[in-house]
Ligand binder design. Structure first.
Ligand code: SF4
Ligand code: SF4
Length: 97
């Protein structure tokens, strides 16, 4: 078990771009449920399986998911890029439904 515990906050399913899922930067993964838990957890792709909580999870702690996502994006200096993606009206397109 790692030093950092996953609090199931959902930020890593929203903030990063995930090529394996065609998920753009800063947009919710379509598999993320309303409760911010993965709806395909048992069948989630390898990239999600291999992702583990680390000190970044602690660093982005905030009361809301939106705030955590913003802190994640700011940490990687991706705020402007994510804003541009959102402004473009991009949506997450899944290769597999
Ligand atoms: S950002 Fe970290 S704490 Fe939040 S769901 Fe992902 S791994 Fe877990
Ligand atoms: S497939 Fe599940 S674990 Fe992977 S990014 Fe989407 S919601 Fe998160």
């Amino acid at each position: 078990m790692g030093a950092y515990e996953c609090t199931r906050c959902g930020a890593c399913c929203v903030a990063p771009d995930i090529a394996a899922l065609d998920k753009p930067l800063g947009l919710r993964c379509p598999h993320l449920g309303a409760d911010n838990l993965c709806t395909v957890y048992e069948n989630r792709p390898e990239v999600c399986r291999s992702y583990a909580a680390d000190e970044l999870c602690k660093r982005i702690e905030a009361p809301t998911l939106e705030e955590r996502v913003q802190k994640y994006l700011a940490h990687f200096e991706l705020t402007e890029e994510a804003d541009a993606v959102r402004a473009s009206g991009a949506t997450s397109i899944l290769r597999r439904a």
